[in-house]
Design a protein around this ligand. Structure first.
Ligand code: PMV
Length: 345
């Protein structure tokens, strides 16, 4: 007998960056992210009892075989079979798709691994015929998603999520992420994220390599301390609605991430000339218009332009008039803060 489970889970963009890990995918500093709304992965999982000699996994990405992704999914599933004992007894058919283009500077591993973790936790529930308490279910899915991709642990929750132990936040953990539940000022409650496509070609150095380079990085300790300080300040800023300090912290995090890449050994750069030109124009626009607009960067050249919803018209007009020429085929994706994963079936 076959059963099917479908989950959609969003990508997220970190405002305080996770960069450097130890042990089994544990972060060297706490991070905070905003879950996106439009940029989601959809996973459909069909499972049935496995018979001797049968292949345990069939995987399709956007309707087609994809050996590279299949290998990742298969390795991930093998790594969590102790957590979800049902995996040894069933064969899985998984098909997934993204609502956003691959390599668009949107973390597809975060949305994909969180959606898959949710499907597998729901499968375990269905087989056990026992629903886990919801908080425990999401915590478990976050812990499992983390093993696939660290940043995926934060995609289990809507709005803002925190991953990594933090002083003064006893619920926080290195093992799973938690939703940030303190009251947030209305200015940060419906943040928009225009993802500016500077260059969509696959990055030359993966995040896995970047994290590993932090192990011998001369500034590693200072970086982990900087992230902790930025994190505690950001939590106050989010509550107070202080956009000036939000800008200072978020841009400092984005540029520190890339500075760490540039002075790693060996060193590398992911930023492109147009990334820097766009940053200049964003900062000029902010100082002339006095509008609350800031940016962050993921591990890539594309820019996430962040602003409160009420300034959408002005910001889109600015992108169209001053940034389009710097973007690949003039493209940007208008996204914003989302409410987290959704079970479809
Ligand atoms: O989750 P990973 O291993 O792909 O690392 C992601 C690291 C950054 O995206 C650069 C920062 C973050 O916190 O999401």
């Amino acid at each position: 007998m076959e059963n099917t489970i479908i989950w959609e889970s969003p990508s997220n963009i970190a405002l305080i960056k996770y960069w450097g890990k130890y042990g089994i995918q544990l972060p060297c500093n706490p991070s905070l992210s905003m879950s996106l709304k439009q940029s989601v992965s959809r996973f459909e999982l069909t499972y049935s009892p496995i018979k001797a000699g049968e292949k345990s996994l069939i995987y399709l990405f956007e309707g087609k075989e994809n050996p590279v992704f299949e290998k990742k999914v298969s390795k991930f599933i093998d790594s969590i079979s102790n957590d979800l004992p049902c995996l040894n007894k069933y064969k899985l058919k998984i098909s997934s798709s993204n609502t956003f283009p691959h390599s668009a500077g949107i973390a597809s591993s975060a949305s994909a691994m969180s959606a898959l973790a949710l499907c597998l936790c729901s499968m375990q529930e269905a087989i056990d015929e026992m629903e886990m308490p919801r908080d425990y279910f999401y915590q478990k899915a976050s812990r499992i998603a983390r093993l696939g991709s660290g940043s995926a642990s934060r995609s289990l929750f809507g709005k803002y999520a925190i991953w990594g132990e933090m002083e003064g936040l006893p619920q926080s953990s290195n093992v799973f992420a938690i939703p940030f539940t303190a009251p947030v000022h209305p200015i940060f409650d419906q943040m928009q994220d225009a993802i500016l496509m500077i260059d969509s070609s696959p990055k030359k150095v993966s995040s896995t390599v970047g994290h590993a380079l932090m192990k011998s990085h001369p500034y590693a300790d200072a970086r982990f301390q900087q992230a902790r300080t930025n994190m505690s300040e950001l939590l106050v800023v989010l509550e107070k609605g202080d956009f000036e300090n939000f800008t200072r912290i978020v841009e400092n995090e984005a540029l520190s991430l890339h500075a760490l890449m540039m002075n790693s050994n060996p060193s590398y750069t992911l930023l492109k000339p147009n990334t820097l030109e766009a940053i200049e124009r964003i900062r000029d626009f902010r100082s002339q218009s006095k509008l609350p607009v800031t940016f962050t960067l993921d591990a890539g050249p594309n820019i996430h332009l962040l602003y409160p919803k009420q300034y959408k018209n002005e910001v889109i007009a600015f992108i169209n008039s001053e940034l389009t020429e710097l973007l690949e085929e003039g493209k940007f994706i208008q996204d914003g803060m989302g409410n987290g994963p959704q079970r479809i079936k």
